[in-house]
Structure formats: C-alpha cells, structure tokens
Design a protein around this ligand. Sequence first.
Ligand SMILES: [Zn+2]
Length: 185
Amino acid sequence: MTQFISKNESIISNEQLDFDKIVLAQKIINDLQNELQNYVNIGHGPFLAAIYDDKGNLISKCANSVVKDACSICHAEINAIKEAERKLGTYDLSRYNLKIYVTSEPCMMCLGAILWSGIKEIYYGVQSKDVEAITGYDEGFKPNWFEEFAKRGISACGNIEADLGKEVLKKYVRDGHVIYKPLRK
Ligand SMILES: [Zn+2]
C-alpha cells in the first residue's frame, strides 16, 4: 500500500500513485459529495457513484436508491454499473477502461459487483470504518481487498476528500434520514 499526503489527507492506494489521477479524483469526488445532498433531498441514500471512460466522458452517475426502490441491493455502485452496461450494451466493461468514483468506500457486495463488471480503477471518499462509525451501516467484511484487487489488475485508491464526505454523512444522520439495516436477532 502506498500513501500520498495532500491537503492534510492521507490518500491510500494499492499501486504506485499517479499525481494527475489523484488530482482528477479529488475534483470528481469533491463534486460528487457536493451534489449528493440533492439526491438525499429526493429520497436517495447518502452515497453517489459515477463511472467515467478513459477519455473523461461520464458514462453513468447514480445514487443509492435502497429506500426509494425498496430494494436492498440498489447501492450507488450497483445502480451505476447497471446503467453503464445498459448504455454500452454489454455485461463486460473491461475493454472500455472504465473508472468508478464513489463518495464512500464500496461495501462487500459492491466490491464483488465491481470485480464482475470489468471496471479497471476505483476511487473513493470516506473509508468504511468511518462510514460505519458515523451511520451505523454494516459495510461487510473485506479482508485484504486492496491486495486482492491489485492481484487482479484493478487499481484502488481511497480516503479522497474524506473530511468533506464525513460531513455529508453526519448531516444525513443529523437530518434524521433512514438508516436501513436488517434485524439480525
Ligand atoms: Zn454497496
């Protein structure tokens, strides 16, 4: 794992960090965090994902719609992958060299979905441990996922614009929005 210190942030990655990619990711994730409130205001959950191609074209952008769609798997990443594959007419995105940017670290389900999709690069904001501490969501168990993704040629980079992301999550909780989770006992 490599680290990159910028704006008092400690960005983590599973490969050698590329400065230009980080700067671009900071801009995109900052925009996503700022835009997320608009989605929350119309009933979405507090997570937003955007998929871009290697030329910088936006392919899809979707928020979490678990409550809105009454569907437990409608996380932002799943919605964005479905939309990208529908748009491109394929179940295999690998030849498009796509990147996914997410306001928070993908949960265990979404990591699986990203793996199956053929997306090549992941950039995310708030780390799962912080998402769990702030919201109470259970992000699942993801042993060594940075290393596992590196082995499969998928680069991952996170804790980007995380302070802003944490504020967005705290506001979601403060405003009394739904924290959905299954009853385990
Ligand atoms: Zn997820």
